[in-house]
Design a protein around this ligand. Structure first.
Ligand SMILES: Cc1cc2nc3c(=O)[nH]c(=O)nc-3n(C[C@H](O)[C@H](O)[C@H](O)COP(=O)(O)OP(=O)(O)OC[C@H]3O[C@@H](n4cnc5c(N)ncnc54)[C@H](O)[C@@H]3O)c2cc1C
Length: 468
């Protein structure tokens, strides 16, 4: 095996590429092995055979508070390919068909983010005063939760921010949130952020999402949408970044790890093998047994991680892409609370040349197994009922993307999430499912990637200081 690489990273999703480029930035030559024929994992794009358009495997929305994600994009030179709104502004069609906008007013930047959100809700003309008052009741709990943002769910319980086994819905009710606010604001936000119904998802991760959105300035709660297909945003640029620093991203290279000689790790693909001193495994939780199984034998800490990974449930997302003969939305995004498809994105407002609208159903367990025809018809009907321009347009085609394991379950009682450091010297874990305190998001993946890279860099530096 060649010793040309300082580190091997498994997986070319956000976590893997974040880790690899951070290591390369620190001077390491990095080999990334990706099992699939193309990169990006759960945040990727494909070419639609009929239209020739690049289509994301599901629309991804980022937020201004995605700090590690923006650091990653700055590193690879694509930060400008994400359009960040200056502050929160969302158009919604309520279940009864009313079009409304929830928007933070243009307050000075030094006014804290929480005040911007409070101002948005207080100024929302769809609420009465009791609704508005109820949102103010969250101010105290959220302020207190800020201090434990980076702590585990157990710490949130210990500090009394959430109760054992409490779901998002129970937490919102306990804090007096009124039905309209829950139905029109909190439920769609929780579904989008956690990819699970609020009756199922645990309160802790939601509390952290809220605290992160409200932390700092007004842009933290603002939407940030990529203006290129996802692979162009970070996969191709990462591959270029690595190649320029002596690294490589290799596709079709499903890797297995085994114990190697001299305390090194044996990395095996169908075609090649390497003995690596440093490995970052950024495969998703469900791929862990076949990736790490052999290495974990006799390492109790890693065996425990594997059995937790096997016991972790998944939650699906279904996306239906609709091709119309004309534009149907006034802006890039429209919220559709109370529907199966809760968000619509008109891609032409984001990506030049795209002519389709993407409808996203998060927490889609109930519809995952419906036929493509049924899902296409449901998405088109929901959009036409909410948006007159869609009702008047001709729908030429529908296309469905199912991601059965889009995210891991955040239901109370799920197995603990592992940390970056394993019981095996030189092996670090990354991925949105690592214990970052965040739900399964691009930002969770980016945080985990940076964390794994920093731990690996520390090992590299320590080895470099060793005599001989
Ligand atoms: C449809 C959809 C919509 C989403 N919307 C949003 C959103 O709006 N906002 C947001 O923040 N997040 C969203 N997410 C979540 C986000 O995409 C994920 O949290 C994130 O992409 C996970 O990145 P990752 O690198 O941890 O894992 P992955 O993307 O799963 O990457 C892991 C990679 O490892 C590879 N691999 C596995 N085993 C091996 C092996 N043995 N050897 C080599 N390679 C291996 C896999 O092929 C894969 O490419 C969405 C997810 C989906 C599916």
């Amino acid at each position: 095996m060649s010793r040309a690489f300082d580190a091997v990273v498994l997986g070319s999703g956000v976590a893997g590429l974040c880790a690899a480029t951070r290591l390369a930035e620190a001077g390491a030559r990095v080999l990334v092995l990706e099992a699939r024929p193309s990169g990006g994992g759960r945040a990727t794009a494909f070419t639609d055979p009929r239209s020739g358009e690049r289509v994301d495997n599901g629309q991804h929305a980022l937020f201004g508070c995605y700090r590690d994600t923006f650091r990653f994009l700055e590193r690879i030179g694509t930060r400008q390919l994400v359009r960040l709104e200056p502050r929160l502004s969302l158009d919604l069609v309520l279940p009864d068909g009313r079009l409304t906008r929830l928007a933070a007013p243009a307050l000075p930047d030094w006014v804290p983010g929480a005040a911007h959100l409070a101002a948005a809700v207080l100024g929302w003309d769809q609420l009465d005063w009791a609704d508005r008052w109820s949102v103010l009741r969250l101010a105290g709990p959220l302020r207190r939760a800020q201090a434990t943002l980076r702590e585990s769910d157990a710490a949130l319980e210990t500090h009394g921010h959430v109760r054992a086994g409490e779901t998002v819905e129970q937490w919102l009710r306990r804090h007096g949130q009124r039905a309209r606010l829950v139905d029109w604001l909190w439920e769609p936000l929780a579904l989008a952020a956690l990819n699970q119904p609020m009756q199922v998802a645990a309160a802790g991760p939601f509390l952290r999402v809220l605290a992160a959105l409200l932390d700092g300035g007004p842009e933290n709660a603002a939407l940030a949408l990529p203006v290129v297909p996802l692979d162009e945003l970070y996969v191709t640029p990462s591959a270029r970044y690595l190649a320029a620093r002596g690294g490589e991203l290799r596709y079709g290279a499903q890797a297995r790890l085994m114990p190697g000689p001299d305390g090194r790790i044996h990395v095996q693909t169908r075609q090649d093998r390497w003995e690596a001193g440093l490995v970052v495994c950024a495969a998703p939780w469900h791929a862990l047994p076949q990736t790490l199984g052999a290495l974990a034998q006799g390492v109790p800490a890693l065996m425990a991680v594997l059995s937790d990974a096997v016991a972790t449930a998944a939650s699906p997302i279904v996306t239906v892409n609709l091709w119309y003969d004309r534009p149907v939305l006034d802006g890039p995004v429209l919220g559709l609370p109370g529907r199966v498809f809760q968000w619509a994105f008109e891609r032409r407002h984001l990506v030049g040349g795209a002519t389709h609208v993407s409808l996203v159903s998060s927490g889609a367990a109930d519809v995952l197994h419906q036929s493509n025809e049924a899902l296409g018809a449901l998405a088109a009907t929901e959009l036409a009922t909410a948006v007159p321009a869609a009702a008047g347009a001709t729908l030429s085609r529908t296309q469905t993307v199912r991601e059965a394991r889009a995210t891991y379950s955040l239901a109370p009682g799920q197995p603990a999430r592992p940390s970056t450091v394993t019981g095996v010297p030189g092996l670090f874990l990354a991925g949105d499912w690592i214990e970052t305190g965040l739900p399964a998001t691009i930002e969770g993946a980016a945080v985990s990637g940076h964390r794994a890279a920093d731990a690996a860099c520390a090992v590299l530096h320590a080895r470099a200081r060793q005599p001989g």
